[in-house]
Ligand binder design. Structure first.
Ligand SMILES: *Cc1c(COP(=O)(O)O)cnc(C)c1O
Length: 388
């Protein structure tokens, strides 16, 4: 019985590519210019990605972590400042702030959407707060109405960590139309990928110009006399990656359509399994790209959860344990200045304390499978859960 499903399940692979990516790589190669300053692929990708998300200014960068760092840097995040982040996220959200010498302040998430709890975020604002970073967990947009209100009331800008949210929409608005900076990742597992890569959408030209300088060692675009106007680093995306990303973008909408069709089916089947609760969906999210198919088994201990994940993987289901609460990672404390302890933070993050131990996510390629495969995945999970 154990490995029965493995060879039959046969879900789609990730990443996906075809002649479009092949042509793109060759086009970049034969262009004979392999960096963005003299090539045209990065420029073209920025234009296409920005237009797709309704953003007026878009900057491609080396990866999603750098995208967050750059976004925070142009907002003045540095030593003596604080950035509010959800406690349940991939570590880059907090590492980006810490790398700039700022204090990352973790706050709790909501129990159904796993996105930042806006009331908790509000309570954490101080006169040192320079940014609030909602993470659109698994593709589900954080409550952008409440966050925008909080941002306006406090004067603290938002930086959307949109590493999971390519193509998402909130009440008809695309990520670039929500009035704040948004940072994306194109790492190998993300919804579109060149292996590595990132992008930042800016709501205005001034922030974009600052970011352009800082992502290219402070150098203006047309500079030929080593005029380094700001401090910075090299976060430039290369031409090959941009060519691949242009091809990936052209496929994104059709893939989101498929996942949007599969998730209600899979979530419905998962919800029928005793003890299993799929990630909820706020009705104001009218397009969810479903970076992860997430669910909780409330009450599960971390060990049991990890064992379930192992069993699912053995049955051919691409399952993963959820992100560890960031304040429970050694990395968080290496750069932490707060006078707080793990217990202090855990006490104010009761939902995170449960979710990081009792939730499981399935790779988004699962949701690119057939309806029949959704039934198979749910059957396997039901068997594995029933046997524990
Ligand atoms: C993947 C990811 C990042 C970082 O992106 P990289 O391109 O891997 O640096 C940041 N935040 C979240 C939530 C992510 O999942």
């Amino acid at each position: 019985m154990t490995d029965q499903g493995t060879e039959n399940l046969n879900l789609p692979h990730w990443p996906q590519f075809d002649d479009k990516e092949r042509a793109g790589v060759l086009r970049a190669l034969e262009q004979g210019q392999w960096w963005r300053i003299t090539g045209s692929e990065v420029d073209a990708f920025e234009e296409e990605f920005g237009e797709y998300h309704g953003a007026s200014h878009t900057l491609a960068v080396t990866n999603g972590t750098h995208a967050l760092e750059l976004a925070l840097e142009v907002l003045g995040v540095g030593p003596g400042t604080e950035v509010i982040v959800p406690a349940f996220t991939f570590i880059s959200s907090s590492q980006a702030a810490q790398r700039l010498g700022a204090v990352a302040v973790p706050v709790d998430v909501e129990p159904e959407t796993y996105c930042i709890d806006v009331v908790a975020a509000e309570a954490a604002v101080t006169d040192r707060t320079r940014a609030i970073m909602p993470v659109h967990m698994a593709g589900h947009l954080a409550d952008m109405d409440a966050l925008s209100k909080l941002s306006t009331a406090t004067g603290v800008p938002l930086v959307q960590d949109a590493a999971h949210a390519h193509g998402a929409r909130w009440k008809g608005k695309r990520v670039g139309e929500l009035g704040s900076i948004a940072a994306f990742s194109f790492q190998n597992g993300k919804l579109m990928t060149a292996g590595e890569g990132g992008a930042v959408l800016f709501p205005d030209a001034a922030l974009y110009e600052q970011a352009f300088l800082r992502h290219s060692c402070g150098r203006p675009r047309e500079d030929r006399s080593y005029l380094h106007r700001t401090s910075g680093s090299n976060f430039r995306l290369n031409e090959f990656s941009a060519a691949v990303l242009r091809a990936q973008l052209s496929r994104l909408d059709a893939q989101i359509d498929t996942r949007e069709q599969r998730w209600p089916l899979l979530a419905g089947l998962l919800a029928e399994i005793p003890g299993v609760t799929p990630q909820g969906r706020d009705a104001r999210v009218d397009r969810n790209p479903y970076y992860m198919a997430m669910f909780r088994i409330p009450g599960l201990r971390e060990q049991e959860r990890n064992q379930l994940v192992d069993e699912l993987v053995a049955r051919g289901v691409p399952a993963f344990a959820a992100f560890r609460a960031i304040y429970r990672c050694d990395a968080f404390w290496e750069r932490a200045a707060p006078m707080e302890t793990i217990d202090d933070i855990a006490r104010r993050c009761p939902n995170t304390e449960e979710i990081f131990r009792d939730s499981i996510w399935l790779h988004h390629r699962t949701l690119l499978g057939t309806e029949e495969q959704m039934h198979r995945v749910a059957e396997i999970l039901a068997e594995v859960v029933a046997r524990r």
